[in-house]
Design a protein around this ligand. Structure first.
Ligand code: BG6
Length: 539
């Protein structure tokens, strides 16, 4: 994570007329300040799972973007390992086709009207395919030969494979001596994808296994939410502005809502999802990472350990979740299509949850007593990842003799996806002779101030790993404390949690609303709401 500060020139400033500070749709004025302009050191990137979806969909587009930005060293090599013989040329062609498909897809975060051929050729020239079974020792001796020495002594092993291969690959890398860092300073790093275990015991076991072959400082555990600029920006919004920090505590904040709502279903991943479910897939990892960013104490610097220590304190302070504070749901047939049980590779009587909501408390001085409501689900009415910080309502006394019935609390919304920016809900006087209060919104959208570049979210993560910056990666202890906090939900003494149905295309199960209603609160609606809508409502 870069710690450079850059003054962005807004395309349109906040001085726009009216209550809304949302800038107009004029041309964006500034190029997005790039993270650290110097290229990463030379290294060999070994990708296990060269033929997989992750490689095509995320790693290659990210390498392409890094190449276009001149952030890769000319000495870089990329070795793709996969079972099945094939020529390097064929692999390259396949990757290029996928890249072109994603570029043409308007819904893809890699969408672009024109691919930079030079940037792709730069990557393509460095690609080398190696056939090999992940559980065969021969693969690793062949790999050792291929990596060789010299610039190749810096090596990143990227495990873009299904989680059952994590242990066998790490073990064979270790036994082959491929994880040994040489005295001359060449690094050996391991990048491990999610899911990192399925509960506390399995995560501990996996950590212990990995750490018997590599040092913690060599291990980069990915949570791709941390690769999103809008997630990294949470720290900037909180700590680079004087206005937020004084109120960022239990005295002023009523509660926080963290939402990761999706419209997609399980997208052909029925087999994986049947064993995983929404809770394991999203809660103790992606949503806890957002919780950590929004709740952590200010670190003294952006140094990896400074940031990770503060986040670790939050995970450690999470009160273990109880089954009564968690709601599970599963989508059935609805306006958005067929039910989960009709998806391929899903049991006709499946009880796997496709929706999960939880009420979480952080037991520390800043947050004690403030509920954090987390929810995530597939096939919901809208795609929305956001954090809404609800402030307490002000005393009503002043408005007692006016026609004002209620005051709407202030809400600061950090919008992560698909909208990128922030929104602030506050109250003003409605023009006219009487004191009438009107709730209004002020919104900031990244696209109005910066040129948003195609970014799949893995660029920063790959680049940081090459630089040896682990800030955005998960540490062993944090992974374990996160799993520990949800242990009672994963293995409830009173038997499996009930799974309530909800129609595909709805806002989720009724019990989820009840979870907040019993505290006198309500979820923010999932339907699209923006400044324009508010203006329209007023007409
Ligand atoms: C993945 C989950 O880790 O994150 C998916 O396995 C989910 O089920 C995805 O759809 C959401 O990520 P994003 O970046 O699309 O919000």
């Amino acid at each position: 994570m870069s710690n450079e500060t850059n003054a962005a020139q807004p395309a349109n400033t906040a001085s726009n007329a009216g209550v809304s500070t949302k800038a107009g749709s004029g041309p964006a004025g500034a190029t997005l300040p790039a993270a650290g302009r110097h290229p990463a050191p030379p290294c060999t990137l070994v990708i296990f799972g060269a033929g997989g979806d992750l490689t095509k969909r995320l790693l290659m587009p990210a390498l392409y973007n890094l190449s276009a930005d001149g952030l890769l060293d000319s000495g870089m090599k990329i070795i793709g390992v996969n079972h099945g013989e094939r020529e390097t040329a064929e692999w390259r062609d396949d990757l290029k086709k996928s890249l072109q498909q994603f570029a043409a897809d308007k819904a893809s975060s890699f969408h672009t009207t024109q691919l930079d051929e030079k940037a792709w050729d730069w990557v393509a020239q460095r690609l080398q395919y190696m056939a090999g079974e992940f559980e065969s020792d021969d693969t690793f001796s062949n790999l050792k030969q291929l990596i060789g020495t010299g610039a190749g002594s810096n090596v990143i092993f990227y495990l873009a494979v299904t989680s059952r291969f994590f242990k066998p690959i790490v073990e064979r890398l270790g036994r082959a001596g491929l994880l040994k860092e040489d005295e001359g300073g060449g690094f050996r790093r391991l990048v491990i994808e999610k899911p990192f275990g399925t509960d506390l015991a399995s995560a501990r076991d996996l950590n212990a296994h990995i750490l018997s072959y590599a040092k913690e400082s060599q291990v980069y555990r990915i949570d791709h939410f941390l690769g999103k600029d809008t997630v990294q920006s949470i720290l900037a919004v909180r700590f680079a502005n004087a206005i937020f920090e004084p109120v960022w505590r239990r005295e002023y904040i009523d509660h926080v809502q963290i939402t990761a709502a999706e419209t997609i279903g399980v997208e052909g991943r029925g087999q994986f999802y049947e064993q995983t479910g929404a809770f394991r897939d999203m809660l103790p990892n992606h949503l806890f990472q957002l919780l950590g960013m929004v709740a952590m104490e200010p670190p003294n610097s952006f140094a990896a350990e400074a940031v990770r220590d503060k986040k670790a304190d939050i995970f450690d302070a999470i009160q273990p979740l109880h089954a009564r504070d968690v709601v599970f749901g599963q989508y059935g047939k609805g306006p958005a299509g067929p039910g989960y049980r009709e998806e391929p590779d899903v049991a006709a009587d499946s009880h796997t949850e496709t929706y999960a909501a939880a009420r979480v408390f952080i037991e520390n001085w800043r947050w004690a007593g403030v509920p954090f409501y987390l929810r995530t689900g597939k096939r919901l009415t809208a795609r929305r990842t956001e954090i809404a910080v609800h402030l307490k309502t002000v005393p009503f006394r002043l408005f007692r003799d006016t026609p004002v019935d209620t005051l709407t609390p202030n809400v600061l919304t950090l919008r992560i996806d698909p909208a990128h920016g922030t929104r602030f809900d506050f109250n003003v006087k409605v023009p006219g002779p009487v004191m009438q209060i009107g709730p209004v919104q002020s919104a900031f959208d990244y696209a109005d101030f910066f040129t948003e570049r195609a970014n799949v979210g893995y660029e920063t993560l790959l680049y940081d790993c090459m630089l040896g910056d682990a800030t955005l990666f998960q540490r062993a202890d944090s992974i374990e404390t996160s799993w520990a906090a949800v242990e009672d939900v994963l293995h409830p003494e009173s038997g499996p949690l009930p799974v309530e149905g909800y129609p595909a295309g709805s806002a989720g199960p009724a019990q989820s609303d009840a979870l907040l209603a019993r505290d006198g609160r309500a979820w923010r609606p999932l339907a699209p709401d923006n400044v324009a809508n508010t203006a329209a409502r007023k007409k």
